[in-house]
Design a protein around this ligand. Structure first.
Ligand SMILES: Cc1cc2nc3c(=O)[nH]c(=O)nc-3n(C[C@H](O)[C@H](O)[C@H](O)COP(=O)(O)OP(=O)(O)OC[C@H]3O[C@@H](n4cnc5c(N)ncnc54)[C@H](O)[C@@H]3O)c2cc1C
Ligand code: SF4
Length: 494
């Protein structure tokens, strides 16, 4: 292979990772995406320009983990995989998750992206970690010496896992308490297998167990273990309960049977395919016409899952107007671009409608949903504020027949949490936990990280926040900071 990557970006076009054929992948829940070959990765790494100022790795513009991207691209080009992995792991505990599910804000900040398709950073990252596992470079590293103070992590999503990983490797004994039957948070019970197969999660959890992290599942903090119990046994506690309060749709007929929250549908689907017991009536798309309300990632996951369950038709409704196919002028480089996104689930079929409001649900005489009533919207600028407001278009009312409706309208807050109530933690108006510049909540020794603080966001942000929170926990345990509650502003959510 050529050893000189000068002007690689002029020689090689960007190459996407291939997807399995639709007819094939709809028969199972296995990953839809395949891997680039070593020769293709070599060319893709050669496209990196080694910019003087790499916007891709700056947390403000690109990767919130500050992955050292140009350096690992160079090492991949030189086939120095072990060193590439060392650099990648120095900033990212779990590249095998981000390499599969990250929407790659780094790529929208890549300098090459100003006038060409950006470097395929995400798939290079995935190749580095997978090569590391294949070649045995990723091994359990058990701390040689243990520290006296133990740490409890409440919640096992990417934020909790990242905090646990950093603290454990630094020698602190860590116990992760998780309410669900198995660890992983949304990585397990939200993101479907066709995007993230669960052996990937199990592989990392097994590594963490081998390194000494203890997982206690089916334990709800605040109910099964009190804060008093935790305080007596642990030197610090990290709260990472996620943002679980779903945004509701207030429309006549919402109470009809067959209208469900997206997370209930996705969680149950996951439990079904992994033979885990679940409570409540089965929610199944087989033989039904499905309407998904909400045009984001969760909605898209509902589409792919509905097809795999055997839906007859799937329609997705989005209240906002259809975005442009390319970067909108309001989001210039290096910002996260407002543009049309088509996921692997969209490629599998179905219709998408934009600028549509759901006005009501029609049911039958047995209380089952039969149709979704909608109206088209105009988004008009308000004269006083200049803000765009939705205005229903006269005479555009229509109905979509449906036997299953899935509400994927986002998340408005962390949701009820007994532990937070018990100890009266300071929260903002929406219930998100406040923290100071030391990432500490309003009680000394209690830290908060991930979506529970930031709001519903991305896996990359949760990992990065978990890792940084762990650093603050260590400083606290070593006696290096005071607790002054000054709520810290939240960064924008990509
Ligand atoms: C359906 C869906 C798909 C997504 N897809 C993507 C994607 O493709 N790419 C991407 O980057 N992001 C995606 N996201 C967003 C991403 O998954 C989240 O931002 C991320 O998981 C947040 O991590 P977290 O650790 O803060 O919380 P979570 O992952 O929500 O984990 C919180 C954990 O805390 C546990 N818990 C809560 N309360 C308690 C308690 N009292 N005691 C014990 N345990 C408790 C919960 O059971 C859960 O396991 C998706 C989100 C959803 C909902
Ligand atoms: S974690 Fe996401 S943003 Fe960071 S380098 Fe990987 S793909 Fe890019």
């Amino acid at each position: 292979m050529p050893k000189n990557k000068d002007r690689g970006f002029m020689t090689h076009p960007r190459q996407e990772a291939p997807y399995r054929p639709v007819a094939d992948r709809l028969r199972d829940y296995k990953a839809v995406e395949e891997r680039l070959t070593d020769a293709e990765l070599h060319q893709q790494a050669a496209r990196c320009m080694d910019c003087g100022v790499p916007f891709c790795h700056a947390a403000q513009t690109g990767c919130s983990l500050s992955n050292v991207i140009p350096e690992f691209n160079e090492l991949v080009f030189e086939e120095r995989w072990r060193e590439a992995l060392e650099i990648l792991h120095s900033t990212n505990c779990f590249p095998e998750f981000t390499g599969r599910v990250c929407p790659a804000p780094c790529e929208s900040a890549c300098v090459l992206g100003i006038n060409q398709p950006p470097v395929n950073i995400c798939k290079i990252e995935l190749a580095v970690i997978e090569k590391g596992f294949e070649r045995g470079y990723v091994e359990a590293r058990v701390p040689k010496k243990r520290k006296p103070q133990a740490v409890a992590v409440l919640g096992s999503g990417p934020a909790g896992l990242a905090a646990a990983d950093v603290l454990n490797r630094a020698g602190y004994p860590v116990t992760v308490f998780e309410e669900a039957a198995r660890p992983g948070g949304i990585l397990r019970y939200g993101i479907p297998d066709f995007k993230l197969e669960k052996w990937v999660l199990e592989r990392r959890l097994n590594l963490m167990r081998a390194e000494g992290v203890v997982f206690e599942c089916n334990v709800t903090a605040g109910t099964d273990v009190s804060y008093r119990f935790l305080k007596e046994r642990f030197g610090a506690v990290v709260l990472t309960g996620g943002a679980r309060e779903p945004r509701e749709l207030q429309a006549p007929g919402r109470e009809l049977n067959g209208i469900h929250l997206a997370m209930d549908f996705l969680t149950q689907s996951k439990q079904r395919i992994s033979n885990e017991p679940f409570t409540g009536d089965p929610i199944l798309a087989a033989g039904k016409r499905v309407v998904v309300i909400g045009g984001g990632d969760t909605g898209s996951d509902c589409i792919g899952t509905s097809w795999r369950q055997g839906a007859l038709a799937v329609t997705q409704l989005e209240i906002l107007p259809k975005p442009p196919p390319e970067r909108a002028p309001e989001t210039p480089w290096p910002l996260w671009p407002g543009k049309l996104r088509t996921s692997s689930s969209h490629q599998e079929g179905g219709e998408r409608h934009w600028a549509v409001e759901t006005t009501a649900f029609r049911g039958d005489d047995q209380g089952r949903v039969r149709a979704v009533r909608c109206v088209e919207l105009d988004w008009l600028a308000d004269e006083a504020s200049g803000r765009y407001q939705p205005v229903p278009k006269q005479g555009t009312e229509f109905e979509i027949e449906a036997e299953l409706v899935l509400l994927a309208l986002g998340f408005t807050g962390p949701g009820p949490n007994r532990l937070v109530e018990q100890i009266g933690l300071a929260c903002d108006a929406r219930g998100f936990i406040q923290r100071d510049e030391n990432y500490m909540a309003s009680i000394p020794g209690l830290f908060v990280a991930g979506d529970m603080w930031r709001g519903a966001s991305l896996v990359v942000h949760a990992i990065s926040d978990g890792m940084r929170t762990a650093e603050h926990v260590m400083r606290y345990l070593e006696g290096h900071h005071d607790s002054i509650v000054t709520p810290v502003g939240k960064p924008g959510v990509a």
